[in-house]
Design a protein around this ligand. Sequence first.
Ligand code: Z5A
Ligand code: MG
Length: 215
Amino acid sequence: MAANKAMSRGAFVLFEGVDRCGKTTQATKLVESLNNSNVKAELWRYPDRTTTIGKMIDDYLQKKSDSDDASMHLLFAANRWEKKKMMEEKLSAGVTLVVDRYGYSGVAFTTAKRLPGLDQQWCKHSETGLVKPDCLMYMEISEEAAKKRGGFGEERYETTEMQRNVREVFSDLREDWWSIVDADRSIEQVQVDVEKIAREAVERCKNGLTLEYLW
Ligand code: Z5A
Ligand code: MG
């Protein structure tokens, strides 16, 4: 008997990277270009600051509230769990999801705090069972190039030391299947690579690809 062929579905395309590497810029442009070529696509961002959990995260990031670091890590993860079912439904309905940050940022930012007990392994537990991206574009940018894109904002993690630690954890987390995009270049140059990588993933998923889960 022939093995079951995986169903055609939308792709989960993820952008990750340190601050100001251009994730939101590229994710926005990609969604527009996919929709213009009749590939149904939506832009998702994490944290999703619109949900009840997302509002707590937003307050924390804007330093309007303070909380225990482990609790905050779990809230960031819960913000992904609360949308897991919708994510699966959209993908199986053929919608491509272009996602701006995900559990990799979750692990990178909490581990970067270098707190006893909150190591990478601990951080990964709360992500285990979430949908794994079909393609992960890690937007690699030098500290110098990032600096040229303006100063830090006012949010909690926007400091040089934190960003250096985050960069280190990301390089530790890196896996062979990630696509590393040179994000030091112009928006248009980066966009060429992004289009190619994303459309390959869309094609693979359209032809039938079983959904995988972290971690
Ligand atoms: N966080 C966490 O702790 N745990 C988690 O689980 C998750 C997140 C998911 C909020 O993230 C914070 O939450 C974040 C991680 C933490 N903390 N920090 N720091 P966010 O995603 O909301 O952060 P953001 O406000 O979107 O900023 P960003 O991600 O740092 O920026 P970006 O999206 O990578 O860059 P951009 O907005 O597209 O571009 C930045 C500027 O550069 C802008 O003026 C652009 O016009 C310009 N730009 C973009 N591309 C280029 C090129 N190629 N050349 C020149 N200029 C460019
Ligand atoms: Mg952004």
